[in-house]
Design a protein around this ligand. Structure first.
Ligand code: ZN
Length: 80
């Protein structure tokens, strides 16, 4: 997955690295597990379980799992 079109019409892409589209979101339990060892290097930190994209225009959030192209959850602001 590298490109989606948000419901507001904005094209979201993760082709730039780093970018402002992808968020690294870990649960507190996931984060604790990452550091449940003597030491860890930054490159050893695993990717979070969910892939989270945020539209910079309308702030909608798309949550993906296991590389699926369809989001399992979508969030939109109630009040803009
Ligand atoms: Zn949008």
């Amino acid at each position: 997955m590298a490109r989606i079109v948000c419901s507001c019409g904005t094209v979201l892409s993760n082709s730039l690295s780093p970018n402002d589209i992808q968020l690294r979101v870990y649960t507190d339990k996931e984060w604790e597990k990452v550091f449940d060892c003597e030491s860890i290097q930054p490159w050893q930190i695993p990717l979070p379980k969910y892939e989270v994209w945020r539209c910079p225009m309308c702030k909608s959030i798309y949550v993906y799992e296991n590389g699926n192209n369809q989001p399992i959850m979508t969030y939109r602001l109630e009040n803009k």
